[in-house]
Design a protein around this ligand. Structure first.
Ligand SMILES: Cc1cc2nc3c(=O)[nH]c(=O)nc-3n(C[C@H](O)[C@H](O)[C@H](O)COP(=O)(O)OP(=O)(O)OC[C@H]3O[C@@H](n4cnc5c(N)ncnc54)[C@H](O)[C@@H]3O)c2cc1C
Length: 411
């Protein structure tokens, strides 16, 4: 191990990347504890009805599958090339992995890490002469409304980004009135074809956003319109292109490309109960009363002409943000543009606009200015939505190899 007996590893988040880190960490002899604010795979539960666009083989690892099969030889996995939903992935892979003997007593669910600092130190203390002997991390943990302190020699922050939404207003700040109605606006991915059908059927919904989440919402609403023809969709996006979703050239992920094509077709076709307004910037959101809908105002087109709609439902698929506040008392900062890890963020910016291309995960890109603290998984990419699980698994391998000096086989 890197520093003699000091091998306590605290992992924040039991999403796919946190669980992979826990599995490999235990195998390498770390004293692992995982703290999870919600359930195993909490964020996947929240968009569980959505079909993943990467196949199962890319969303799981040989180490994970073997760990499950070692205890449950009859457990069956989907084919490596099968695309299953988020909920199925939790049931078939993440939960069984969390239940293995290796991990089950180390995972604390419904247990939030509120803040991370260091024993005796604060952010502003000089570390110039203490590099070799930095004290352990202190974690303020909240479980069932009770708080306690846990300590660790290493921290892997795998808390993702799905827990914090961005704002729909122009310039990325809340539109006038938006924060007051935050609870009534859907910032995630409602199960429009399933349990939330009654909420959207026959209603007019305004969708804001130009990424794959917005595409998913618009496609689901337009499918709902075939059984409930009164369903209508107004789609606003910042792009000036008449095609809202930027396709990845020769996209190897067919599910993702299929979604992009379907959404772009709906935006341009004009007969699918969808009207698309490019170059739109929302300025104000007003409530029409409890469950009576919203009045939404936006500047649209090159002229910036103001337009107002009265709609029943409002979906803001405008992206998510990592929570760097959690690490606020440590000496590290995120990339000021991407909110990703600083070096990784800079490397991502070099390939900005190239949807399929991301940098190779080297230890240099993953190292932070706070020794022994690593930010892995979707959070490490900040606002950049090109993160894929395979990248997160590679990050875990790279960091554990760096800490232990042991070679960890890849996929
Ligand atoms: C709708 C959608 C579909 C996607 N589909 C794919 C896909 O098909 N393929 C793909 O490769 N990627 C996909 N992604 C991108 C990405 O892989 C996922 O977001 C994935 O869940 C990221 O895994 P993670 O482990 O980094 O973080 P998460 O899955 O977000 O896990 C973070 C965990 O940390 C917990 N947590 C947060 N804060 C705290 C705290 N303070 N203390 C303790 N616990 C905390 C959360 O509850 C959560 O369980 C998709 C993303 C979205 C939003």
């Amino acid at each position: 191990m890197h520093r003699g007996e000091a091998n306590r590893l605290a992992i924040l988040g039991a999403g796919p990347v946190g669980l992979e880190a826990a599995l490999l960490g235990v195998r390498l002899g770390f004293e692992v504890q995982v703290y999870e604010r919600g359930r195993i795979g909490e964020h996947l539960h929240r968009w569980g009805h959505v079909r993943m666009f990467t196949p199962f083989g890319m969303n799981s690892t040989a180490a994970g599958r073997q760990a499950i099969l070692a205890e449950k030889p009859d457990h069956t996995f989907p084919a490596n090339d099968e695309c299953i939903t988020g909920r199925e992935h939790v049931r078939i892979y993440l939960e069984p992995l969390a239940r293995t003997k290796l991990l089950k007593d180390r995972i604390h669910t419904e247990c939030q890490v509120v803040a991370v600092g260091r024993e005796r130190w604060t952010k502003s203390d000089s570390r110039a002469d203490a590099k070799a002997s930095l004290p352990p991390f202190r974690l303020l943990v909240r479980e069932k409304n009770k708080e306690r302190i846990e300590t660790a020699d290493y921290v892997f922050d795998c808390t993702g980004t799905f827990g914090r939404h961005r704002w729909l207003g122009e310039g990325g700040i809340p539109a006038v009135g938006e924060s007051a109605h935050e609870a009534a606006i859907c910032y995630g991915l409602d199960d429009i074809a399933g349990e939330r059908k009654g909420h959207y059927a026959g209603r007019t919904t305004l969708v804001v956003g130009g990424g794959f989440s917005a595409a998913t919402s618009v496609v689901m609403l337009s499918e709902l319109a075939s059984s409930a023809p009164e369903t209508w969709v107004i789609w606003l996006a910042r792009t000036s292109s008449t095609l809202p979703i930027r396709r990845v050239p020769n996209d190897p992920l067919r599910e993702r490309d299929r979604l992009a094509v379907r959404a772009n077709t709906l935006a341009t076709r004009a007969d699918g109960n969808v009207e698309f307004h490019p170059h739109s910037f929302v300025t104000a959101v007003e409530s029409l009363g409890q469950d009576k809908g919203f009045r939404v105002t936006a500047r649209i087109g090159r002229s910036g002409q103001q337009r107002t709609w009265e709609v029943d439902r409002l979906i803001a698929n405008v992206g998510y943000l990592p929570d760097w506040g959690l690490l606020g008392e440590l000496q590290l900062a995120c990339c000021p543009i991407t909110s990703a890890l600083p070096r990784l963020g800079a490397a991502l910016l070099e390939r900005d606009g190239e949807a399929g291309r991301i940098p190779a995960m080297t230890p240099e890109l993953l190292r932070t200015s706070e020794p022994d603290l690593f930010v892995l998984g979707a959070k490490s990419f900040g606002r950049d939505s090109r993160f894929l699980l395979g990248v997160g698994f590679e990050q875990v391998r790279q960091v554990l190899q760096m800490l232990t000096g042991k070679k960890i086989p890849g996929e």
